[in-house]
Design a protein around this ligand. Structure first.
Ligand SMILES: O=C(O)C1=C[C@@H](OP(=O)(O)O)[C@@H](O)[C@H](O)C1
Ligand SMILES: C=C(OP(=O)(O)O)C(=O)O
Length: 462
């Protein structure tokens, strides 16, 4: 679907969608339990993939009591639910009747691969073309070292994957610089193994806040997992950890039988960026649902502020207010916050001077190579960029941005970031593949239109 965005200003209140990362984990944790309700879930293409996996393992995911939707036993049909009742498989996944389709979701594939290793039989996992090109090798090797048959059908470390359990647990080494999701996967599955799992990192952990999200959620489900330092001493968080330990034989059970998902700061980043570059003079964009949590991507507030944005975050109320102001380029290390790269690049294209995004090699292993994608697509809008393996520099200047036809690369975050840049590019920008926002922020263009973005989709104009 082509989306056409014409230069426009924005103002008014909007609400952050629920967190994709927390929803994936909550659905799977509820699956590992005897049953739990997940409140305020993100219902999107990616989280539906995780719900399908929970169902394939013998659980069930239904719009629950008070969900605002009729009960349905089909994970694909969970739209409009504001609570999902999950029937768990009690830590023992059944062998699925069919292949598990993880669609576009890396989180689903990694977390579900480790869950599949617990089953006494064989699970096959696949996904779309993008997911089948992403790296799974380190997780397969780790599971192999733990005595599970875990293979890529093409022998290239990519899906389709075949996993045959059961997994008893043990000690294993894994690199930390490809994906933190391998650690999350091993910790979530490790809690219900017989022996528990000890993970030793062979390289420092990138995307560490995502493991903090995991530790926070595990704690809320009554599961103990511990980051450890070089000497085996327990640490407070995943940053700087040399490894992780999770005891086996634990039971997943959230307090009161339910878990509530907080707002998503990766999604909030587009709303913040839109306000910072295009809020109507004298007006503001107000974002509700911005409650503090372990999400590293809440750094978008500090990054926008450092660029000169007029922004306030009332943490108690969970409200961010942002007004337009002149932005200047800054240097940002995205080692902890890979999903912010497209947003920061779009902000950098509007800011005056250079925005240098460093430590970003792992951002090349996402739905697309986001470093190359943002460099190339922002150039079409008139920005100058310099791409290196681990660094992206945007030589920004608002006056240079002009409309163009750009490609969202079938990647939700590229689409949403280009839409932000399109707010200030002179004329009408056409973004190819606008439908891919369904992965993490299905209502993105509705929310933006409500704020004042001049946007047309498939002939419908707002
Ligand atoms: O665990 C998670 O929820 C995620 C971890 C990050 O991936 P990596 O750990 O592969 O960098 C992030 O990019 C992804 O969007 C979500
Ligand atoms: C990379 C992302 O997610 P995943 O790894 O789950 O595909 C993302 O949402 O930006």
């Amino acid at each position: 679907m082509d989306v056409h965005v014409t230069t426009s200003t924005v103002r008014g209140s909007t609400r952050a969608p629920p967190s994709k990362s927390y929803t994936h984990r909550a659905l799977l944790a509820a699956g590992y339990s005897d049953g739990a309700t997940v409140r305020s879930p993100l219902v999107s293409a990616d989280t539906k993939a995780t719900a399908r996996a929970v169902t394939a393992f013998g659980g069930a995911v239904d719009p629950g009591p008070g969900s605002g939707a009729e009960a349905e036993s089909d994970a694909d049909d969970m739209d409009a639910a504001d609570a999902l009742a999950v029937d768990g498989f009690g830590g023992r996944p059944a062998v699925p009747d069919d292949v598990i389709d993880c669609a576009n979701s890396g989180t689903t594939m990694r977390l579900v691969t480790a869950a599949a290793a617990l089953a006494d039989g064989t699970t096959v996992l696949t996904g779309d073309g993008s997911l089948r090109s992403r790296p799974q090798g380190p997780l397969l090797e780790a599971l192999g070292d733990l005595g599970v048959r875990a293979e890529s059908t093409r022998g290239n470390g990519q899906a389709p994957l075949v996993v045959s359990g059961p997994l008893a647990g043990g000690r294993v080494a894994i690199p930390g610089d490809v994906s933190s999701q391998y650690v999350t996967a091993l910790l979530m599955a490790g809690a219900v193994t017989e022996e528990g799992i000890e993970v030793d990192l062979t390289t420092p952990l990138k995307s560490a806040p995502y493991v903090d999200i995991t530790l926070e959620l595990l704690d809320d489900f009554g599961i103990e997992a511990t980051p450890v330092g070089d000497g085996g001493d327990a640490l407070d968080g995943a940053a700087g950890a040399a490894g992780f330990v999770v005891e086996g034989g634990q039971s997943y059970a959230p307090a009161g039988g339910s878990y509530t998902v907080p707002g998503d700061f990766s999604s909030i980043s587009y709303l913040v960026a839109a306000g910072a570059v295009a809020a109507e003079p004298g007006e503001a964009v107000r974002i509700e649902g911005a409650v503090p949590s372990a999400q590293g991507d809440s750094a978008i507030v500090e990054i926008a502020e450092r660029m000169g944005a007029d922004i306030e975050w009332d943490r108690d109320a969970g409200v961010i207010t942002v007004r337009r102001s002149d932005l200047s380029g800054v240097e940002v290390d995205v080692g902890d916050t890979p999903d912010l790269l497209p947003t920061i690049a779009a902000l950098g294209a509007v800011a005056d001077g250079d925005t240098r995004i460093t430590n970003c090699e792992h951002v090349r292993y996402k739905e697309t190579d986001r470093v190359a994608a943002m460099a190339e697509e922002l150039e079409k809008l008139g920005a100058e960029t310099t791409e290196e393996q681990d660094t992206l520099t945007i030589h920004g200047s608002e006056s240079d941005l002009r409309s163009a036809a750009v490609d969202g690369r079938a990647d939700h975050r590229i689409v949403m970031s280009l839409a932000v840049a399109a707010l200030v590019a002179e004329g009408t920008t056409t973004i190819r593949g606008g439908e891919h926002v369904d992965v993490s922020f299905p209502d993105f263009f509705d929310a933006m239109a409500d704020l004042g973005m001049a946007v047309e989709r498939d002939g419908a104009s707002e």
